[in-house]
Ligand binder design. Structure first.
Ligand code: PGA
Length: 255
């Protein structure tokens, strides 16, 4: 069993549709700070796909670069899409999948997220599969069944499971400045771990479960210290190196 105290946290920045070339300096600054101090975390930044190659150069292997989506097919007549193989070829190591913004804006289903996770494994990328309930679902007492359903249907088991991370992101906490209480986060992460073990057997102990939704330097320390919180997926607060590095500094390994 892989307990939290044996896990190295994953601190991931999701830049969403933000960032021109001028923002690459932020990646360089995070990488520089990561190499300076003692960092007890795997650090990842997922900029827009247009910046990946340059971001990989800026990161100089000190932090990982990832992406925010991929197409399930390796190639083909899919105008405007990018395959997992292409993203891997450009230097990406992780891919965020099933973010609630994509589930909403692009009508992504759990089945499509599962197909994309398979594509990520096929190409050698680590998928970060996002799960989370809406405010209405939480208020009506359905948060756990909703998250369980997403987990079972978005994480493929046929053909074998490879490296994987999850992100619990309550939709109502994303970009709002609101977060669940620490008790609610702890409770949901414990639930997700139990569901993962039911779904994947012994392999369900391994994936890191990140928390995402209005994480910032002011709340990261308490959130990252919770049991079964294996890191954070950070949106707005990852755009500036200073704030993101402050969040990273709270990550503790083997504490
Ligand atoms: P936020 O976004 O940190 O800006 O709330 C998190 C995310 O959507 O990944």
């Amino acid at each position: 069993m892989r307990a939290k105290d044996l896990m190295r946290p994953l601190l991931a920045g999701n830049w969403k549709m933000h960032g021109l070339k001028a923002a690459l300096g932020e990646i360089e600054a995070v990488a520089r700070q990561a190499s300076r101090g003692l960092v007890h975390a795997d650090i990842l930044i997922c900029p827009p796909a247009t910046l990946i190659e340059q971001a990989v150069r800026q990161a100089a292997a000190r932090i990982a670069i990832g992406v925010q989506d991929c197409h399930p097919e390796p190639s083909g007549a899919h105008t405007g899409d990018i395959s997992a193989e292409m993203l891997k070829d450009a230097g990406a190591r992780y891919v965020i999948l099933g973010h609630s913004e994509r589930r909403k804006d692009h009508h992504e289903t759990d089945a499509l997220v599962a197909a994309k996770a398979k594509a990520a494994w096929r190409a050698g990328l680590v998928p970060i599969v996002c799960l989370g309930e809406t405010e209405t679902e939480r208020d009506s007492g359905h948060a756990k069944p909703v998250v369980s359903g997403q987990l079972r249907k978005s994480i493929p088991t046929a053909g074998g499971v490879r490296e994987l991370a999850l992100a619990y992101q309550p939709v109502w906490a994303i970009g709002t400045g609101r977060t669940p209480t620490l008790g609610e986060i702890e409770d949901m992460h414990a639930h997700i771990r139990r569901e993962l073990v039911l779904h994947l057997g012994g392999q369900g102990h391994a994936p890191r479960i990140l928390y995402g939704g209005s994480v910032k330097a002011a709340n990261a320390k308490d959130i990252l210290a919770l049991p079964e919180v294996g890191g954070a997926l950070v949106g707005g607060a990852s755009l500036k190196a200073e704030e993101f590095s402050a969040i990273v500094s709270f990550a503790k390994e083997n504490s």
